[in-house]
Design a protein around this ligand. Sequence first.
Ligand code: UDP
Ligand code: MG
Length: 323
Amino acid sequence: MPDGIANVELSVVIPAYNEEAQLSRTLQTVAYYAQEASPRYEIIVVDDGSSDGTWDVLLQCAGRLPRLKALRLSRNFGKETALCAGLESARGAAVIVMDADLQHPPELIPELVRVWRTDAKADIVEGVKRMRGDEPWTKRIGARLFYGTLTRLTGHRFEGATDFKLLDRKVIDAWRRLPERTTFFRGMVVWLGFRTVSVEFDVPPRSGGQTRWSFLGLAKLALNAIIAYSAVPLRIVGAVGLLFLFGAFVLGAQTLYRKLAGDAVTGFTTVILLLLVIGSAVMISLGTIGEYIAAIYNEVKGRPRYLIREQISCETEGNEVAA
Ligand code: UDP
Ligand code: MG
């Protein structure tokens, strides 16, 4: 692997699932613009267990495109995992991630690379959607809701986020240190930090085939993302418990008052009070347990505690600092 790093400047990683319809065209275009951006490029396509002719298309393309590398997963693992596979075998000093359906315009590749080369601050050059193409309004609203919630829950900005990005080698190396199994690439990249520069683009309609996401698939991705990036849902339980307790006080006071005023059925007061007290106690305990689970979850993820962006080492002898 180390020998490759020197030779490859730009890797383009493309996950593909049942993309036979336009994959050949995509690769042709990507190769053209990648060549323009950096002659020392490679394209890595990950066939995510396609059930159509995607792999055959790749075999044909490999004959024409000498810088094409293809991986074929044993089954459909989902886009996030396919991305992992591609990123792990990418050797470039910069890695671009994009979709196979030309919704991430390859014309932008030279621009991403140019920004990365010229802007010393750019560790990540991110494609940000200007318009959500021809997406149906349900998906647009869904996306707005999802990214809005995620932004609020995690405190990181997600709006307009796409998987169309250029990542510097040091970001890739940092990303590889995140050991979790369930991955959400966009979220992980935000978590990593580093300097991000945005480049806007319009999302053209899908060039062929159909979207691979079902509503359920998207819902699952959303849930994964929220669980992976925030303990807020757990906290909500505790908060609801406190709210209940407050309610218990109010209702309890009222019931007691009625008891004293003498217009309550016998036993009613006790039942109400017990119900309220036990209810809120249970909720608060659950919330407390939730806090611990959140802490455990964080530990189990085993992420590095911090990541270093740059460092200047001094050459004092016998005083070497490990990175
Ligand atoms: N994809 C994949 N595995 C999957 C689903 C999708 O590798 O299980 C790839 C797909 O081939 C495409 C990218 O992920 O390159 C984005 O998928 P799609 O265009 O269907 O999603 P959308 O643009 O509608 O969000
Ligand atoms: Mg698409």
